[in-house]
Write a protein that binds this ligand. Structure first.
Ligand SMILES: Cc1cc2nc3c(=O)[nH]c(=O)nc-3n(C[C@H](O)[C@H](O)[C@H](O)COP(=O)(O)OP(=O)(O)OC[C@H]3O[C@@H](n4cnc5c(N)ncnc54)[C@H](O)[C@@H]3O)c2cc1C
Length: 486
């Protein structure tokens, strides 16, 4: 066996310290070119890499040929880029974080004191509307600082045992910030560290170029300008196709009359809209089929003949050694759950981070109401909070009429959208472990908890241990009558 370290991502500040001649050769394209030739060349991988480094022009031509002419786009996945993206709105961050095969880390609003920085969208051309926009955001931000000071004082008083240490005081302060930020707008600026391979980046360019918002299209231009000189041979299809441009336009035309008649009464209770019927049997039969080399239909018939009591004992044995950090095996991906929920922007900011899922989301609209944190109500601030929401909604309507895409920026973290999300049971375990947890933010925790309760009734055996990290010991004791193993 021979293993070589072929490369790794290096900070660009360090690259700048190299002499200009050395820097000229710094590109991830050589790795893509070398790996692209593995399947057809008699040479070893390290020899292919050496050749690519010695003749970069040839490597670039080879990449273009393999990606463009032969359609092997996956070779672009071997080229990886890191970007510091700063000073973008929360709304643009949502667009950035739509890409599932990409890594992101953003600053939590729990750990920053927002200094009132916000983006004024370029679509907002009229000075009068700009004044409405900026005036509304200033009101929101003023309330944020006021609410934060009041909530922080109340919470520090309520949690005296925690505030004896600096870390405890910071934790409590984080809760106050988390709740106060429900009044902050989606124009508030943020930052994210993003690691993305060239194939996903190309996909991002195509999507962003179709985005209705100038800010998002400009971001695509900036990213493209940074990558092009370093790796011209692997981003070959940055322009959206005709299909991508038109995807839903005809369907939307057909549905327009229906949409206009759509009723708005709604419940905030998340709903399971579809799920794998008999998920418990499906998961058991999947394992039986692959482990015993049986046709799936035969495996399912066998599973169906096992009594409910016996199956319960089988799953109790299966889960007996599980600990809170253990993930159920891949067979649990055979059962799907799709739910619909109305979530606040604060809640969505965390929901969207769960990437092993299909997440569709509608627009934020004032008609779906707002989520007011219980701490804001308890502090006697709800009336003022709602007054600012009324001002925000009226600014939204004025801007929507004249400058469409700019209006969403004025809405707040408390405004809501409808989401439709599909996860398999394995991802649902991961989601619920992290989010129905004492350390998780309350809004997403409520959602995860409600979903978990519903799923337990649909897949009672396989979802037996579906619970948050902090509730794991109690859940285990309820089922097994003993504490979980060490
Ligand atoms: C209490 C709490 C605080 C948090 N604070 C912050 C914060 O301050 N800032 C912040 O940015 N995030 C924060 N997060 C979000 C967190 O880091 C995760 O992004 C989020 O919980 C999604 O889970 P996940 O990354 O495990 O993956 P999911 O997207 O749910 O995917 C499931 C699993 O698939 C695998 N996977 C998915 N994508 C990749 C990939 N690209 N490469 C390799 N493996 C992958 C991993 O094994 C992962 O566990 C916080 C989460 C919690 C619960």
């Amino acid at each position: 066996m021979q293993v070589k370290l072929a490369g790794f991502n290096i900070d660009s500040e360090i690259m700048q310290q190299l002499d200009p001649h050395g820097r000229r050769h710094l590109t991830p394209e050589t790795l893509s070119a070398a790996y692209a030739r593995i399947s057809r060349s008699p040479l070893s991988i390290d020899q292919l890499r050496k050749k690519a480094c010695l003749d970069m022009e040839k490597a670039r031509k080879s990449n273009q040929k393999i990606i463009f002419e032969m359609g092997h786009h996956s070779v672009a996945e071997h080229a990886v880029f890191n970007f510091d993206i700063m000073g973008v709105s929360r709304l643009a961050l949502e667009e950035i974080e739509k890409f599932r095969l990409v890594s992101y880390t953003e600053k939590s609003q729990r750990y920053v004191t927002l200094d009132g920085d916000f983006i004024t969208p370029a679509e907002l051309k009229s000075p009068a509307l700009k004044k409405v926009f900026q005036g509304t955001i200033k009101k929101q931000n003023r309330f944020y600082f006021k609410a934060f000071a009041i909530l922080n004082k109340r919470l520090q008083d309520q949690h005296r045992e925690l505030t004896r240490s600096v870390s405890g005081r910071n934790l409590v302060e984080g809760w106050a910030k988390e709740d106060a930020r429900y009044i902050l707008s989606l124009a508030t600026s943020g930052q994210v560290g993003m690691t993305i391979n060239a194939r996903n980046l190309e996909h991002l360019f195509r999507r962003f170029r179709l985005n209705p918002r100038d800010e998002v299209r400009k971001l695509a231009e900036k990213l493209y300008a940074l990558v092009l000189p370093i790796a011209p041979s692997i981003i070959l299809f940055p322009e959206p196709s005709a299909f991508e441009r038109e995807t839903f336009s005809t369907l939307d035309k057909c549905f327009r009359p229906v949409a206009q008649k759509a009723e708005t009464p709604f419940s905030r209770e998340p709903k399971i809209v579809s799920f794998s019927e008999n998920g418990d049997n499906l998961i058991l039969a999947s394992h039986l089929s692959v482990s015993q080399n049986l046709e799936f239909a035969r495996a399912m018939n066998t599973v169906k003949k096992v009594s409910a009591a016996q199956k319960k004992l089988m799953f109790m044995d299966f889960f007996r050694k599980i600990q809170f950090f253990d993930a159920p095996p891949r067979e649990f991906e055979m059962a799907d759950i799709t739910f619909q929920a109305i979530v606040s922007a604060a809640n969505f900011a965390q929901l969207k981070r769960h990437r092993m899922a299909t997440l569709l989301s509608g627009p934020y609209i004032p008609e779906l109401g707002t989520i007011v944190p219980a701490s804001v109500t308890a502090a006697g601030l709800e009336k003022e909070f709602r007054q600012i929401i009324d001002t925000t909604n009226s600014a939204y309507c004025q801007i929507k009429e004249k400058s469409g895409a700019a209006a969403d920026y004025i809405l707040t973290n408390s405004h809501c959208r409808r989401v439709l999300m599909k996860m398999n049971l394995r991802e649902m375990y991961h989601f619920v472990r992290l989010r129905d947890d004492a350390h998780a933010q309350w809004d997403i925790r409520n959602l995860a908890h409600r979903l978990s309760e519903k799923i337990k009734t649909l897949m009672p055996l396989t979802a037996m241990m579906l619970c948050g990290k902090s509730g794991f010991t109690e859940e285990y004791k309820k089922i097994f009558k003993t504490p979980p193993p060490d």
